[in-house]
Design a protein around this ligand. Structure first.
Ligand code: G3P
Length: 190
């Protein structure tokens, strides 16, 4: 899930449809709490990785933050912006065995007239071709079609906002069919 809303994560985790969580500074701000409060709670709700993003924009600051964040839980993955200083930080953190997330934002690419899904398709092709030891996480997912397409493309992970995840659980035929089954059963008892 791509959210810092603990109640929503707990709700979806109970359904068994969430493995990990990603956050960013905007999502943390929206939760009305601090990163230090929210990240440990999220780690207690899911079995998989939890991305916490750095606030610094210089390599030294990012590395220091990453080392602090890692102390929260071994589930923490440090989300780093894809800028030169960020890449420098990733290199240092990788040597220390600290996992990092530098994910492509597909919805935001669509917003500026590019094709986010096509980027993921190309990344999968290239990463596999060169046997790169990196998982591909499709982020900034905006709709169910994005989820379907990035999975078909072979992305390792899709990080999905609550609204889209909830939409994936709904189908009008399921509701219609269930109502009919219950109605038929009730009538048979009359
Ligand atoms: O993890 C993706 C997030 O950081 C950006 O997503 O939906 O704000 O474009 P969004």
């Amino acid at each position: 899930m791509d959210t810092a809303n603990v109640a929503e994560i707990a709700e979806m985790a109970a359904l068994g449809v969430v493995y990990g969580v990603t956050t960013n500074p905007s999502l943390i701000a929206k939760s009305g709490r601090t990163q230090a409060e929210v990240i440990p709670e999220i780690c207690s709700l899911v079995d998989g990785p939890v991305s916490a993003e750095v606030i610094s924009t210089d390599c030294e600051g990012m590395v220091a933050e990453a080392r602090r964040l890692m102390k929260i839980s071994d589930k923490v993955v440090v989300k780093i912006p894809c800028i030169s200083e960020g890449l420098k930080a990733v290199k240092i953190l990788a040597k220390e065995g600290i996992k990092t997330n530098v994910s492509p934002f597909i919805g935001r690419l669509d917003d500026i007239g590019e094709n986010g899904v096509a980027l993921v398709e190309n990344m999968v092709k290239v990463f596999r071709q060169y046997n790169l030891d990196t998982q591909i996480i499709a982020a900034s997912i905006r709709n169910m079609e994005h989820v379907e397409k990035v999975m078909l493309a072979g992305a390792d992970i899709a990080t999905i906002p609550t609204k889209v995840l909830k939409e994936m659980l709904l189908h009008p035929l399921t509701d219609k069919g269930l109502a009919q089954f219950l109605e038929d059963y009730k009538n048979s008892l009359k």
